[in-house]
Design a protein around this ligand. Structure first.
Ligand SMILES: *[C@@H]1O[C@H](CO)[C@@H](O)[C@H](O)[C@H]1NC(C)=O
Ligand SMILES: *[C@@H]1O[C@H](CO)[C@@H](O)[C@H](O)[C@H]1NC(C)=O
Ligand SMILES: *[C@@H]1O[C@H](CO)[C@@H](O)[C@H](O)[C@H]1NC(C)=O
Length: 465
């Protein structure tokens, strides 16, 4: 077996298992369809290495919530297992929301008898945050961003019930540009759940499926994306009663497809397009770019954005092939398409139809027989203890979408965990009608472009480190 290292595949440096304390140093060369990866111990990475400051407008720095660059340093860092358990709750709520939505629409045209009061918003388990400003003069906040929800919100003063957050609460009274929204206005009535205060102001209420919640006045103010990019009259929730699993984040920015999302509100001014790159290391940074201002890298290839009437919020793509170790898995298109495939920045682990996952796991296991099996990590059932090996071979995994755009995953998109419990970072759905989800572990390091005007989603390798 000859290891070749030409200039293209030459010794990349990867940090493995980067979600929490980085515990390994990994460098690898690509060998045919497999990766050979050398590992040696490394101290946990506690130093934040900020990427070079870009001067492009509307380019927000994306920071891993639990890494050394995060302003939310006081947050307790969850274990890998806790992260995956929380991820399962998010996916359950996503599946529930979508099945509820399709019941309401009714394939046979009949309405479900019990339409729930809430469509079941997702948990904000997103592991990535950005800094934005709101108000005039601006007040700065670190917020989670989420392609799986629409309404943005900040915790506001005065507050009845706010959790402890990183920064002082947003003070609308100190902003010269804040205004409340009347409860008869279209911005208010298009919200899933809204009500009227005693003085006829709009109240929003987002209830997440784990009982996390944000409620308050719905208002508008100037959102500062970068010093030169102000979005006046941005509508958002000014939360005065918030509780749940938001950690120390100051709020949330919704990037879904609905009218209330940031991207819909910014589209007239900047164009209906955004892109991001999620960093693979907790100690490095990526970016979130809003609008058409910054150039899309030339290596981005596109696949068509698929729409479902039952879900007007999420971004869907069509998965057409999965390759493991360079070979196409034998899965029918019907199985692979399943109930659709959604892109989600907030889900950690990619979910596939059960039959597709089983096929992937079987081939993966055949490639991994020289490694000692390790116990399952929550829902991750294919794990190895690779500590003690200084070279680990992992078969390459490639997710191919309609029109040929693909995610050809590196080591850190394939494995998740720690050296003594390194797991295949995929899981199977339990029911045939559950959507597949492309999670953030598999999106890391890729430029992911959401081009809503042209109804396409693009992927480009090496968007960030
Ligand atoms: C960044 O852009 C601003 C305004 O567009 C300009 O004044 C400044 O010189 C630029 N900085 C760099 C490092 O290019
Ligand atoms: C913002 O909204 C207010 C009230 O509706 C309106 O008077 C103002 O012209 C708007 N500003 C911009 C820049 O759209
Ligand atoms: C993993 O393997 C190493 C080396 O073989 C061993 O020392 C260690 O105890 C194993 N860890 C677990 C959790 O089994």
């Amino acid at each position: 077996m000859a290891i070749f290292s030409d200039s293209f595949f030459n010794c990349w440096v990867l940090l493995l298992f980067s979600t929490l304390s980085c515990s390994l140093f990994v460098s690898g060369v690509k060998l045919d369809a497999e990766y050979v990866v050398k590992m040696q111990p490394l101290q946990p990475s506690t130093v934040c290495s900020l990427s070079k400051d870009s001067n492009l407008s509307r380019l927000l720095t994306v920071i891993h919530r639990y890494g050394p660059c995060s302003p939310l340093q006081t947050e307790e860092k969850p274990s890998h297992e806790q992260i995956i358990d929380k991820d399962r709750t998010r996916v359950d709520s996503l599946h529930h929301r979508l099945s509820t939505a399709s019941n309401i629409a009714g394939k046979d045209g009949l309405l479900d008898v019990s339409i729930p009061a809430h469509t079941g918003n997702l948990l904000s388990t997103g592991n990535y945050i950005v800094n934005v400003g709101i108000g005039t003069p601006k007040q700065d906040f670190s917020v989670v961003f989420d392609t799986g929800s629409d309404v943005s919100w900040f915790q506001c003063n005065p507050c009845n019930d706010c959790y402890l957050q990183n920064d002082p609460l947003f003070e609308p009274a100190k902003s010269s540009t804040y205004s409340s929204i009347g409860c008869g206005s279209s911005e208010c009535t298009q919200l899933d759940t809204h009500s009227c205060s005693a003085n006829a102001e709009c109240r929003y209420d987002i209830e997440y499926s784990d009982n996390s919640r944000s409620t308050g006045n719905f208002g508008r103010d100037t959102l500062t994306l970068s010093p030169s990019d102000l979005l006046p009259n941005f509508t958002f929730g000014c939360g005065d009663s918030n509780s749940g699993l938001f950690g120390r984040a100051d709020g949330l920015i919704g990037l879904g497809r609905e009218k209330s999302s940031l991207i819909s509100q910014a589209s007239q001014k900047y164009g209906a397009i955004f892109s991001y790159c999620l960093p693979s290391l907790s100690s490095s940074t990526g970016y979130l770019s809003i609008g058409s201002g910054s150039a899309v890298p030339p290596n981005v290839r596109y696949t068509r954005m698929v729409s479902y009437a039952s879900d007007s919020s999420s971004y869907y793509v069509k998965l057409v092939r999965i390759k493991v170790g360079g070979k196409k898995l034998d899965i029918s298109q019907t199985v692979l398409s399943g109930a659709g495939t959604v892109m989600d920045s907030g889900t950690v682990i990619t979910r596939l139809p059960q039959a597709a996952y089983s096929a992937m796991r079987a081939v993966f296991r055949q490639h991994m027989t020289h490694y000692k099996a390790a116990p399952a990590l929550s829902i991750l059932d294919t794990c190895y203890n690779v500590s003690g090996h200084d070279e680990v071979w992992v078969p390459a995994v490639e997710l191919v979408f309609d029109s040929g755009a693909s995610l050809n995953l590196g080591f850190d998109g394939i494995m998740y965990g720690s050296p003594s419990q390194a797991c295949l970072a995929f899981a199977g759905n339990t029911k045939a009608d559950e959507v597949s989800i492309i999670g953030n572990t598999q999106q890391r390091k890729f430029t992911v472009v959401y081009d809503i005007s042209d109804q396409r989603i693009g992927f480009g390798a090496n968007g960030c480190s």
